[in-house]
Design a protein around this ligand. Structure first.
Ligand SMILES: [Zn+2]
Length: 192
C-alpha cells in the first residue's frame, strides 16, 4: 500500500488516501530507459492486484491523452497493455490485453504515429490496415479481436512495446537517427 495523500477531514481529523482506493497516475518512462527496450515477462497472475494495476494504467493513459499504454512505459516489464481508441469517450472501447500477440494482419496504412515515451515526436509509420490479436483478459481467459485503422495501429504499437520495440524502429534509419540526435540534445540540456 502506498500513501498518496494526507489531508485533514473537518470532522475526522487527519486522514490519508492510498492506492487501494484511489487511482494512481504513474510517471511515464521516456525513451532511453532500458525497460522500454527489454522483452517483458508474461502475465501469470490474474487477480485483484492486476485489476488495480489495469485501472491505474487507464488513469495514467487518459491523464497523458494517450490511445494506448504498455506496462513497460510505467517501468513494469510485464506483457500487459491497455488501449482505448475512443480516447475515453466510449467506455466500451476500453481494452485490456495481457500477453497479446498479433496473429494476423492485412493491408497497409501509413499515418502519423507517436508514443507517450517519445513525447512530441510523431512520424508517418507504416502499419497493417487490419490486425488480429490473441490475448488474455483480466480473468486470464484467451480471446481474439480484430481491429482496423487506429485500433490495428494500436494493437501493433502496444504489442511491439511488450517485446521491447518502439515505433521509431519502423522508420527509415535517417529519420530514426534524426529523432535520436534530437533526444540526445534534449538529454544534455536537461529537457528529457
Ligand atoms: Zn508507445
Amino acid at each position: 500500500m502506498t500513501i498518496l495523500r494526507v489531508f485533514r477531514h473537518p470532522a475526522k481529523g487527519w486522514r490519508y488516501t492510498h492506492n487501494r482506493l484511489s487511482p494512481m497516475i504513474y510517471p511515464i518512462i521516456k525513451y532511453g530507459q532500458q525497460v522500454l527496450e527489454t522483452p517483458a515477462a508474461p502475465v501469470t497472475q490474474f487477480d485483484g492486484s492486476l485489476e488495480k494495476l489495469v485501472a491505474d494504467m487507464f488513469e495514467t493513459m487518459y491523464a497523458a491523452n494517450g490511445v494506448g499504454l504498455a506496462a513497460p512505459q510505467i517501468g513494469l516489464s510485464l506483457k500487459l497493455c491497455v488501449i482505448d481508441a475512443s480516447c475515453g469517450k466510449d467506455p466500451s472501447a476500453r481494452l485490456v490485453l495481457a500477453n497479446p500477440e498479433v496473429i494476423a494482419t492485412e493491408g497497409d496504412q501509413a499515418e502519423e504515429e507517436g508514443c507517450l515515451s517519445l513525447p512530441d515526436f510523431r512520424a508517418k509509420t507504416l502499419r497493417p490496415l487490419r490486425a488480429t490479436v490473441r490475448a488474455h483478459n483480466l480473468s486470464g481467459r484467451e480471446f481474439t479481436l480484430s481491429g482496423e485503422g487506429l485500433l490495428a495501429r494500436a494493437f501493433c504499437h502496444e504489442t511491439d512495446h511488450l517485446v521491447g520495440k518502439l515505433f521509431i524502429s519502423h522508420l527509415s534509419r535517417l529519420k530514426r537517427d534524426s529523432i535520436k540526435r534530437q533526444i540526445r540534445k534534449m538529454v544534455k540540456a536537461g529537457e528529457w
